[in-house]
Design a protein around this ligand. Structure first.
Ligand code: NAI
Length: 330
């Protein structure tokens, strides 16, 4: 039996992870869940939102499913998510964005995979106050990180039958940093003659995405553009309740939804578990459990097709009723 770390998070985290675990268990797949609490709820007892035992569990099991965790505002707290990604060197942030059945959006045929570099760029946190009126942040782009994220994107494209990997930069202005990212993309692309290449500037990409998103396939971007563009893409397919994600490194992978802990609807049994469920389905594919991934995905699609959905998608089904409906469709 496979052991998987489950971080059930805080806010809506426990409600949506209960729903997702119930669905996976009902599918017949046997998983030994190594449940690790983290976030606001453990600060009082353990003094940190991300205790060492959580990292150790992921290092041991190699795979984790993670519900959202609140980042407490105040001195001394780094985001649990940023800390996790850094500590485990989860260098690739993968966010597939595809239309779901019966989820009404402005566009049909959106099927974009955003591959975001997860470790450097302006998010390296190299900032300083020059004087009272000036602050500076340093954008760090390295050959090593750029080559490995581009390689990840092309490998993903090959493995998943995708046709094109488009690189997104602002290399016309940031000739050195984004220029290096682009240079790495060009070099890596030579090893994948079967995959089409395309280069686009990030501002043009944003305009094209909101006008004609179906022209895009796999996008590979440095960290900051990747963060912004992946939320834009989430908006194209129905919003945060349905946007899945994964953070992947050489040794470990953590699958998590794009959304946060939604404190405004915490404990009300109305959060949409779809984003976490889709992240879990991608996780099952990643560990080779394709049959169960497909079975659960079909049950989710059938449920949405029948018009059952949570409040964020215009329905009136609760989190637990939605999970029960999916289980009935398995
Ligand atoms: P949020 O994503 O938690 O919520 C934004 C809005 O979307 C809220 O109105 C919320 O009710 C709604 N929403 C989010 N997920 C939903 C779902 N599954 N079903 C229905 N509605 C949903 O963003 P916010 O409020 O900015 O952040 C809250 C906390 O979450 C912060 O402490 C933030 O640091 C943390 N956070 C954690 C993340 C993670 O663990 N990966 C990612 C993003 C934020």
């Amino acid at each position: 039996m496979k052991t998987i770390t489950l971080i059930n998070g805080d806010g809506i985290g426990p409600e949506i992870s209960d729903a997702v675990v119930k669905i996976i268990d009902a599918s017949g797949l046997k998983i030994d869940w190594d449940i690790q609490t983290a976030g606001a709820d453990v600060i009082e007892t353990e003094g940190t939102p991300l205790p060492e035992r959580v990292l150790n569990s992921i290092k041991k099991n190699k795979i984790a499913l993670k519900a959202p965790v609140t980042t407490p505002i105040g001195k001394g707290f780094r985001s649990v998510n940023v800390q996790l990604r850094k500590s485990l060197d989860l260098y690739a942030n993968l966010r597939p964005c595809k239309n779901l059945p019966n989820v009404k959006t402005r566009f049909d045929n959106v099927d974009i995979v955003v591959v975001r570099e997860n470790t450097e760029d302006l998010y390296a946190g190299v900032e300083r106050q020059v004087d009272d009126d000036t602050a500076e942040s340093i954008k760090i782009i390295t050959r090593k990180a750029s080559e490995r994220i581009c390689k990840f994107a092309f490998d993903y494209a090959v493995k998943n039958g995708r046709k094109e990997v488009c690189v997104v930069t602002k290399a016309n202005i940031m000739k050195l940093s984004d220029g290096l990212f682009l240079e790495c993309y060009r070099k890596i692309s030579e090893n994948y003659p079967q995959i089409k290449t395309r280069e686009i500037l990030v501002d043009n990409l944003c305009m094209q995405l909101v006008q004609n998103p179906s022209q895009f396939d796999v996008l590979v971007l440095p960290n900051l553009y990747g963060d912004i563009v992946s939320d834009l893409c989430a908006g194209l397919i129905g919003g945060l309740g349905v946007a899945q994600g994964a953070n992947i490194g050489l040794d470990c992978a953590v699958f998590e939804p794009v959304h946060g802990s939604a404190p405004d609807i915490k404990g009300q049994n109305k959060a949409n578990p779809t984003a976490l469920l889709l992240s879990a389905i991608e996780m099952l594919r990643y560990i080779g459990e394709n049959i169960y991934a497909e079975k659960i995905e079909n049950a989710l699609f059938k449920t949405l097709e029948s018009g059952i959905c949570t409040a964020d998608l215009g329905g009136n089904t609760s989190t637990s009723e939605f999970a029960d409906a999916i289980i009935a469709n398995l």
